[in-house]
Structures are given as C-alpha cells and as structure tokens.
Design a protein around this ligand. Structure first.
Ligand SMILES: [Zn+2]
Ligand SMILES: [Zn+2]
Length: 358
C-alpha cells in the first residue's frame, strides 16, 4: 500500500496498528451482537417495505385511492355489524381506518397469504446472507466497523477504499466470517412474528401512505372529506356522499327529536340551524356558508339522493343510535318507511355503485 493511498495525516504504522485493533474488536462479542442486530433490522425493514408494496399492488382495499379504501372499510363494518366500531369511525375516522389497515395486514401476513409473505422474508434473508459472506462486499462492513468503533479509534480517516488495499485482507476476512457464522444462523431463524418488533412495519408503511390526506369532517353529518391532499385550502372540503345528520347527533333544539334528514337535502330546504349548541341565532341552510368556519369551508351540493348504505345503517342501528345520543327518531324525526326496505346486501351494493361513479 502506498502512503499516498492513505488519508493525509496518518502514517502507515499508525494505520496498521488501527487494523490490528480492529481485528481484536471483531472478535468481541459486543460487536457481533450489534452487527447481528443491524443485519436483522435491514432484513426486517426491507421485508416490511416489500410486503407493503406487494399489498398495495394486489390487495383490493389498498390498490386504489382514498375513496376506495373507505369503501372497503365500510363494507367490512357492515359485514361485522359492530356498532362500537361504527361509532369510532364516525367520531374518529382516522383511528378506525388505521385499525382496518392493521387488521388487514395482520390477516394477510399471518393468515391466508402467509406463504407469500414468508417467501418474501426468506428471499431477503437469503440475499443478506449472501451479501454478508460475499468476499467482495467490503464496503458494507467497513462502514459498519467505522461507525461501531469511531469512538475509540477515530476510524474516519480510513476509507472503504483503504480496506481493499490491506495486504492481510484474507486474515481480516477470515476473522469476520467466523463471527458471521452465528449471525447468518440467527437471521435465518427470523420469523414473521418477530417483524412486529421492528421500527418499520408493513402496516405502518401503509398507514403513512394511505392516511396522509385530508381528515376534515362535514359539520352536519361527519362524513370525511375525500380529498387526497392533506391541506388543500383554499379548495373546499367535499365528499361524494353525505349521511343522515342524526348519525352525528343533530336534533331539534330543546327536544329529544333527532334530525333524520341528509345534509344534502337540508341545504336545499327552507329550514335553518344553530351553528353551535349555544348560538342565539339561526342560519338558513341554503346559506350555510355564512355561518363561518367550519361551515364556510365545505362544499355541500344540494341533492335528493341518499346512499342506501346510510339509510340501512340508520334503520339497522336505530335503537343503538338513540341510546348513544340519548335522543329519539320520532315525530318530524321519524325514519321514512322507504328506508326500511333495503337489506344489508343492497346497502353494500350501493357502495359499489356509488364509488364506481366517483
Ligand atoms: Zn354532510
Ligand atoms: Zn378536505
């Protein structure tokens, strides 16, 4: 090795001494432990990214836009008929969407598609094992040594290029390979279950990708804005389908009568509303935007159509909704009889019809 190849300010003997220290350090259990952890992290992180990517391509709930994800979530909620989950979705939609993603990823990884997930993990384990024991790949571990030992040896003066020039490289390589026997063995035993312990998880990757959007809810019916951009002002919040305001607890003041109407119907009506529970004056629905924020930032198009999904929901959970809000579907808030003519199957079908036109 010529001196010119060493970094300035370091002598050849100084450099060789550092290499000897390095070889000693390599035999140190602590180093093997740290390196093992590092490699296992790499395998699990890579697998998490691959699995998330795979699910985004093949999983119907994850391979479209936000509206598509919402459709699958609503289908799943209807199938389970779990009122508490519905309430979480209405009160805190993001929380329920995250729970849905987690549940689907878990089923995917540990259930029906376990073999596929496992083969992705095994491939990454194989790849990293090959990389670790491959003689030519010195850059990776050279960088690792530097970071591990920089505190006591100030190895930043030794570049990866220098490692390739070491005359007794064979010895160094042999030492490293000894330590790696146990590392590769441990890595090969990594299971899908173990992946839950790591920083990057496929469900979290999907949550980051799919939930990075607008979460504002309609002030009347609490439907979530479907804009895929987190902060899309000055563009109005909007949603292709609204719901009965009763779902959000709207009722006639000083009565226990729930307001069963959809907000899309209301904004075309001659009625008016109190913008806050303690407001002294009413605002005509037709001029709802004049009530200020959050009303003024919503675009609610007057429309007579009612998604069967939500009329079914109100009928199906009438009593539970009444108990939840401490109010009643009675008198002018009575549920229209035609709403009761649709079953769950039709409710779910209405989602497909609605979403295919948006
Ligand atoms: Zn609404
Ligand atoms: Zn929005």
């Amino acid at each position: 090795m010529s001196k010119a190849k060493c970094s300035p300010g370091i002598t050849l003997s100084h450099f060789n001494r550092k290499i000897q220290d390095l070889c000693k350090a390599l035999m140190n259990e602590h180093f093997v432990f740290r390196f093992k952890k590092h490699i296992r992290n790499s395998v699990c992180n890579k697998t998490a990214i691959d699995l998330a990517g795979e699910m985004r391509c093949t999983f119907p709930a994850f391979n479209g836009n936000r509206l598509n994800l919402e459709k699958h979530l609503l289908k799943s909620l209807a199938e389970k008929e779990d009122f508490d989950a519905f309430i979480t979705y209405i009160r805190n939609p993001r929380k329920q969407v995250e729970a849905f993603i987690k549940e689907k990823v878990n089923t995917h990884m540990l259930g029906e598609h376990k073999d596929k997930a496992l083969s992705i993990l095994r491939k990454n384990v194989e790849d990293i094992n090959k990389l670790v024991i491959h003689r030519g790949d010195t850059d990776m571990w050279a960088k690792e040594f530097s970071s591990l030992l920089s505190d006591k040896l100030t190895l930043d003066a030794i570049s990866c290029q220098n490692f390739k020039d070491i005359k007794n490289f064979d010895f160094l390589q042999e030492t490293i390979e000894k330590g790696f026997v146990s590392i590769t063995k441990t890595i090969s035993q990594t299971s899908l279950d173990k992946m839950k312990e790591f920083r990057l998880r496929p469900d979290q990757i999907l949550i980051d990708q799919l939930c990075n959007c607008c979460w504002e809810t309609c002030p009347f019916c609490a439907a979530v804005c479907t804009n895929t951009i987190k902060d899309h002002s000055p563009e109005d919040h909007s949603v292709p389908f609204h719901r009965s305001q009763a779902i959000n607890g709207w009722h006639y003041r000083n009565t226990e009568i729930l307001c069963v109407d959809f907000c899309t119907t209301q904004v075309a009506s001659e009625g008016s509303f109190y913008p806050c529970h303690d407001s002294n004056h009413t605002i005509p629905f037709k001029k709802y935007r004049t009530a200020g924020p959050p009303y003024e930032n919503w675009s609610i198009t007057p429309d007579e159509s009612k998604l069967k999904y939500w009329t079914w929901f109100v009928c199906q959970f009438q009593e539970k909704l009444e108990n939840h809000h401490g109010l009643k579907f009675t008198q002018r808030g009575e549920i229209p009889s035609e709403w009761k003519m649709h079953d769950k199957k039709e409710a779910i079908q209405s989602l497909d019809e609605m979403y295919s036109t948006n």
